[in-house]
Design a protein around this ligand. Sequence first.
Ligand code: UDP
Ligand code: MG
Length: 337
Amino acid sequence: MTANEKKTMRVDVIVPCYNEEENIEVLFDRVQAEEARIAASGGYANSYDFSYIFVDDGSTDGTLEQIKHLADKGAEDLTAVKYISFSRNFGKEAAIYAGLKASAKGTRGGRPSDLAILMDADLQHPPEYIGEMIRMMEETGCDTVAARRVNRKGEPKIRSAFARLFYKLMNRYCDIEIADGALDFRLMSRAMVKTIAEMPETQRFSKGIFAWVGFDTRWLEFENVTRFAGETKWSVWSLTRYAIDGFIDFADSPLKFAGAFGGIVATGSAIYLVVEIIKTIVMGKDTPGYASTICLILFFGGVIIAILGLIGEYIGRMYLETKGRPVYVEKESNIEE
Ligand code: UDP
Ligand code: MG
């Protein structure tokens, strides 16, 4: 094929956004620049035509205005900038799902795009890697190219340590293999997008879903980049929850409380046991057998409550899943039905 017979591949750039007003425009400009660079380089087998799907996850700042501004700007140079705005904050997972669903259905009339790229709005997923991802896909014929960070520079040490523990447990005890450092920065074929968009579960853990659907995956490694503007939406607690949710992959406060309570009782009784042993050694026995009995009762009581709480996690999941509520509620969008 000569250069002018290149096949045009349509690419949807999907961006979940929650209070990212300072990042949207910079992100857009940098992705546009990358598209132009790919077009100008001549080193690609196909040509690539980018369009955008911004998912505003109930932002309370000017994010949606920024996106609408881009949609107007894009209309002038024939760049499709589509958006879906949620009625409230539903979380990144819901935003990813909405974006992938829109991409699978097609946002520009006619057939859906050939490829989709999922990326964060905060520029921690540098748009300058998109060309490399596309090249890897062209060269290997794989279905998906996912970014992976090789280090966690700029991240609190404790967060890195817990993340590492999470991946270790996940990979040991779950059927799926999730690469440590895998990011939600990913280029996917239409087949993969379609498969994920069709997965009906309401409680979604994308990292797990990406691994679960399989497909030929290649990894692009890069160094960690810190956020361009704004703040991360993750707190220690939300990350912990995310990890537990991802782990069980499938919840309810009282049941969670039961699990935590059992754990505390079990730990407390273990400490009590140690204290009793030391007391016995140092001061001799007062009532023989008393302390050890109490310890055992408390300990097993705690273990039982913890296990009940754990079962509760699964039942809570089933409870929420059977309600069949939508993953998100759309308030407005410029995607025509
Ligand atoms: N995000 C979202 N909904 C949320 C939280 C985050 O759509 O409830 C988006 C956010 O705007 C960003 C991406 O998800 O584009 C990653 O969020 P963040 O940077 O807070 O996560 P981190 O990079 O710290 O893991
Ligand atoms: Mg971030």
